[in-house]
Design a protein around this ligand. Sequence first.
Ligand code: HSE
Length: 441
Amino acid sequence: MKPLTLGIAGIGTVGGALLNLLDTNGSHFSRILGRDIRVTGVSARTRNKQRDALVKGATWFDDPVALAKDPSNEVFVELIGGDSGIVKEAVEAALKAKKHVVTANKALLAKHGIELAQLAEANGVALNFEAAVAGGIPVIKTMREALGANRIRRVYGILNGTCNFILTKMQSEKRPFDEVLKEAQALGYAEADPSFDIGGFDAAHKLALLTSLAFGTRVAFDQIHVEGITSITEADIEAADSLGYRVKLLGVATETDSGIEARVSPALVFKDSAIAEVSDVTNAVAIEGDFSGSILLVGAGAGGNPTASAVAGDILDIARGLVVPPFVTPSAKLKDHKRAPLDRHYGSYYVRLALVDRPGAMAGIAKSLGDQGVSLESIVQHRPQTLHAPRSLPQRTSDGAQPVIIITHETTEAAMRKALATIETDGNVTEPPQMIRIEEL
Ligand code: HSE
């Protein structure tokens, strides 16, 4: 059988790892596929000797669009990144030329996934993007194939390695946010602009794709509620720890009676839950199928080799002749994404307040919450030298206010927001309240 030919655009961390993988495991592919996989064309921003050595035998293209159109390759592998411009042009050109496309580009798919899927389907080719969600974890193939017989009820997970790394290190090594972020950047986990990571947008791109796959809806990045981790302080991490929780940045998409609730936000999870154990740069995705029950996939969500593994898996599917609609449901049959109002979210909440130190302040807080029907599970006000508060809870703030941690019983987000709006303005706190959802997973 003739070799499968690839044109690879982008030779950065992932592209370099892919070239190495194809070289290292080439004979394995010949054996399992009965055909070779050959890189016939490459393109990258800069050409140098090191790169030339990596791609010996392949034709060099300065222009990725020219590579995408070139008939010497059947599969266009897009590893450049970015959601528009030349990248979109190159992917469109490849699909129009009836070439299969493999990409790791979550931003491009979150923004233009449906139009690109339509183009792929119209041309009878694959648009595979396993590497776009949770790096090396085969979540898309799991949802598309292994769990394909199920109706998915909920999908959630830790979808950003950089944030998980930061939160883990802040907790376990008691190190400040900025310092750990720098380490994540040095290790190559973070996006070129790390605000995509810490602002929650990288995870939201991935959640937008998972939501579409789970519920058969059109990709709708703008319908995802996004909160990052920049508001999380060491005080939150310590307080959560004292009360039996870990803080995680979670992406959660649930189909409810009022639509799809899809959000990326910090969450408290019980320390003994499986997801709490997922630490450092590791990602995890849980998929709840109506017949399968809950499946949890855990693995490396970033880094060259794991991401290259996912890209190569997509290439193997093409080598075997497997072509399915990119979002499983044919794009003409995808439903519109109807967003559930977040105000209807029902759950427990963690609240951290900087309470002014005067009689009646706590009573005022309790009244504001009570007025909205919010019932409290616990309140911990740290008073130095008392036995009632865990030792590790935050000390007084610099303005003399006392940190108070509240855990509520289940209530609606609307009630919480109203209560906290009153608390913020009634003079009993010195800074805006911190509110974090508690997820029972
Ligand atoms: N910056 C991403 C992360 C890389 O930290 O998870 C993979 O998308």
